[in-house]
Design a protein. Structure first.
Length: 180
């Protein structure tokens, strides 16, 4: 498996990061957080814990509107949000990999190296001869769920559909939409 890492210098040291923003695990150390908020003067990381009061850490302001902090002892599964300037409202990470409580809830640190990829032998399909169907999971069936869509796949095949393209998937507020 090949990973590209960005080397990013900051006021808190050298970090190997896969992406320039978001929460990234620094293996053996903790996590590094980076957010781009060029119109803000102050960004605070709020670590959420149901058993204790929230922990708030101010991020260091860097060039070009970035704010960063390294937080030892912070690992996969940690829930967090950002406070911008002195807003009362807390905001999820715009580069979050997981929003367990939906798009407005806290973000969660995910360790991408823990996922075990499979299916390396599958080479995909050729475009020639395919009948594509672009599917919006949220509106494809009355229930708008993966399960209800799966129950309709035979009907698509009976129509002659040979490949289903899922629209980009993302959390959004509300019950129905173009995504899930």
């Amino acid at each position: 498996m090949v990973f590209r890492f960005f080397l990013r210098f900051s006021s808190v040291g050298l970090h190997k990061r896969r992406f320039p923003i978001g929460a990234g695990i620094i293996y053996g150390s903790g996590a590094h957080f980076s957010v781009w908020a060029p119109s803000r003067r102050r960004v605070t990381l709020v670590i959420e814990n149901s058993n204790k009061p929230n922990k708030e850490i101010e991020l260091a302001s860097e060039d070009s509107g970035y704010f960063t902090v390294s937080l030892p002892g912070t690992f996969e599964g940690t829930l967090y949000r950002f406070r911008l300037d002195n807003d009362k409202e807390l905001y999820p990470d715009p580069a979050s990999r997981f929003q367990p409580s939906g798009p407005d809830g806290p973000s969660q640190i995910i360790d991408p190296l823990q996922y075990r990829w499979s299916g390396f032998e599958w080479k995909g399909i050729t475009l020639h001869g395919q009948v594509l169907y672009e599917m919006y999971i949220g509106t494809f069936t009355r229930d708008g769920t993966w399960e209800s869509a799966c129950l309709q796949l035979k009907e698509l095949a009976d129509l002659g559909v040979t490949a289903v393209e899922l629209t980009p998937l993302a959390d959004f507020p509300g019950r129905f939409g173009w995504g899930v």
